[in-house]
Design a protein around this ligand. Structure first.
Ligand SMILES: Cc1cc2nc3c(=O)[nH]c(=O)nc-3n(C[C@H](O)[C@H](O)[C@H](O)COP(=O)(O)OP(=O)(O)OC[C@H]3O[C@@H](n4cnc5c(N)ncnc54)[C@H](O)[C@@H]3O)c2cc1C
Length: 374
């Protein structure tokens, strides 16, 4: 049996470990804290392939991931016996200025050309679709195919799901170094001094991925903090996601509560919530749904996204160190993108190739030692 160590049990590490195990590998998954306890459990759970998208490989990957999401959720629900509330209610994106309104036509044009659904709505039509959205917006883009999952439930489901597999989970213990000999991976050294032998190592340590010792290159992944709020149930009748072009959004959940996010902050590994960050989110989501202005949030938290230098994921084998494979750098879209990335990684490890075109995401697109794409 092929011995594989996967580092990190967020959605990226879980998906890779699970897909490897299904393909017959002997998998050890190491996790510094608890499965799903970092960015994965902190996220909003939007499965948004079209919102904030640009034409290109990442857009195509997102659309493919979205199409395959029901399969991933069904498997995770089956293994964990927990409901993940996958739903496809679409997202309304507010064009708050004349300029955003004018740019919307172009976004709608290329997305339709790519075979996706997208529509321009006037404020009256938007209010009809979703009560409570602002009638003051110039217009809205309506993406009916977008969806969401309960990512707090998803984060909490990873541990119980792993317990139902033969994946060996070592949690509460960090990997410190990727060990290699003569250009090939031989294992992982843990922070407590233990050594794990492995023929392959999958690096899926989220925002912490670049910090492992023994990596053959500077990995251009950094933490970007996102803060979140949750508003109470029953005060708003939101059914659909609502978002702005500035990256603020509202995501209604199954219990009626509404998540509001988020910030993009370069603050190194500081996971704090700040009054300023929460105020900006509250003010800007109140422009989308004015009834939120007077509401007091129920909960607040923050998470660290693993953002790569070009904002696209890093998927595939290291070009120099045989046996080291990356599944990281998912930035703002890891809940959407990581499950398919896990399947790609498992195919590359076990079969030696993937039917999906992962080449645009391979690690050697970055010049060696540089933080920008070559
Ligand atoms: C506020 C917020 C909102 C978001 N909203 C969305 C959204 O709506 N849709 C979407 O698609 N994405 C969203 N994201 C992004 C998404 O959450 C991330 O891209 C995704 O969770 C990354 O998954 P990951 O497994 O790479 O990282 P993580 O979930 O952070 O997992 C990495 C794991 O590795 C572990 N680890 C780190 N170092 C080590 C080590 N040395 N040894 C062992 N274990 C280690 C950590 O403890 C952690 O559990 C959001 C993120 C945030 C913060």
């Amino acid at each position: 049996m092929l011995e594989v160590v996967v580092i990190g049990a967020g959605i990226a590490g879980f998906a890779a470990a699970h897909a490897l195990w299904e393909r017959g590998a002997a998998v050890t998954l190491v996790e510094a804290g608890r499965p799903g306890g970092e960015a994965t459990g902190a996220s909003a759970g939007m499965l948004a392939a079209q919102y904030e998208a640009e034409p290109g490989a990442k857009f195509r990957l997102g659309v493919e991931c979205r199409a395959r999401y029901p399969e991933f959720v069904a498997r995770l629900e089956e293994l964990s016996a927990q409901a993940l509330h996958l739903r496809w209610d679409g997202v309304l994106v507010a064009n708050l200025s004349q300029q955003e309104h004018e740019q919307a036509a172009e976004a709608i044009r290329w997305q339709r050309e790519a075979g996706r659904q997208a529509e321009l709505l006037d404020p009256g039509q938007a209010v009809e679709l979703q009560t409570g959205v602002s009638a003051e917006s110039v217009s809205y883009i309506w993406f009916p195919e977008e969806g969401q999952v309960d990512s707090q439930a998803l984060g909490a489901a990873l541990g119980p799901a792993l317990a139902r597999t033969e994946i060996r989970l070592i949690s509460g213990n960090s990997a410190a170094e990727v060990l290699s000999r003569k250009g090939s991976v031989v294992g992982v050294a843990m922070a407590d001094g233990r050594k794990l032998d492995a023929e392959r190592v999958v690096l899926a340590a989220g925002a912490w991925s670049a910090g492992l010792r023994g990596l053959p290159r500077v990995l251009p992944v950094r933490p970007v903090r996102g803060q979140m709020l949750r508003f109470p149930a029953a005060t708003l009748a939101l059914e659909r996601m609502v978002a702005s072009h500035a990256g603020r959004y509202l995501v209604p959940k199954a219990d009626g509560s509404v998540l509001a996010g988020s910030t993009m902050e370069d603050v190194d590994f500081d996971p704090s919530i700040t009054e300023e960050g929460l105020r900006v989110i509250h003010d800007e989501v109140s422009q989308l749904v004015p009834a939120l202005a007077g509401l007091k949030p129920l909960e607040r938290w923050a998470g660290l996204r693993p953002l790569s230098a070009d904002s696209s994921p890093i998927i595939g084998p290291d070009p120099e160190l045989e046996g080291l494979i990356y599944s990281t750098g998912f930035g703002r879209s890891g809940i959407l993108l990581a499950p398919l990335a896990g399947a790609i990684v498992a195919d590359l490890v076990v079969v030696g190739k993937s039917e999906y075109d992962w080449k645009p995401f391979q690690p050697d697109r970055f010049a060696e030692g540089e933080l920008t794409p070559s």
